[in-house]
Design a protein around this ligand. Structure first.
Ligand SMILES: [Zn+2]
Ligand SMILES: [Zn+2]
Length: 199
């Protein structure tokens, strides 16, 4: 069970990390545009299919956000205070001593320069959660990455389905911009094809 860093410490850490705020903002923007712009435009949120997609996508985003919070707020893995190195291995003693924390550390424990502490089974320091990924928060981190991948693919499918609609509402700004760009691209393609034929 992952130990929490404490609500106050987690909020303070979040406020001091622009990358973490950016990650939450991207999640919120992705959710809003997928459900309230693309999906609403494609199927309509009032329809059964639209409501079902909205519920499924909301579930994925909620799971992603919850695991994100768990990974960010958890203590990634503290070295137990009672830890003492194996006295029968004098060769390994020096290499497993952290000068900065002034203590011995178990195998696969590394000192994080950002967190300024030793972390058990440290994988890396993730700027997006403003925390190390280690022994105690590896699971929620992987769940968060998996949910973010599923959510991104789901969002892309909804976006493409919306774009491939035959009837478009050109009063919506993003539809207008994308179709103008698409038409311009087709114009250039026709121009280039015409030039090639003449040669
Ligand atoms: Zn250390
Ligand atoms: Zn760290």
């Amino acid at each position: 069970m992952a130990r929490r860093r404490g609500a106050a410490a987690a909020v303070a850490a979040a406020a001091s990390s622009p990358a973490l705020v950016a990650a939450v903002s991207v999640m919120a923007l992705g959710y809003y545009s997928t459900v309230f712009v693309f999906l609403d435009h494609w199927l309509g949120l009032g329809t059964t299919a639209g409501a079902a997609h909205a519920a499924a996508f909301s579930l994925v985003v909620a799971a992603c956000f919850f695991s994100f919070l768990c990974a960010a707020a958890a203590d990634p893995g503290s070295v137990p205070t009672a830890f003492s190195p194996d006295a029968e291995d004098p060769q390994g003693l020096k290499s497993r001593y952290c000068d900065k924390c002034s203590m011995y550390k178990p195998a696969r424990t590394h000192h994080c320069k950002v967190c300024k502490r030793c972390v058990l089974k440290m994988d890396h320091h993730c700027v997006w959660i403003n925390n190390c990924v280690g022994y105690a928060n590896y699971k929620p981190f992987i769940i968060c990455v998996l949910n973010a991948t599923i959510g991104s693919l789901y969002s892309s499918v909804i976006f493409v389905c919306d774009l491939l609609r035959t009837e478009h509402d050109y009063g919506i700004l993003y539809v207008k911009i994308i179709h103008e760009k698409w038409n311009n691209l087709n114009l250039w393609k026709s121009f280039l094809a015409f030039g090639t034929h003449r040669i």
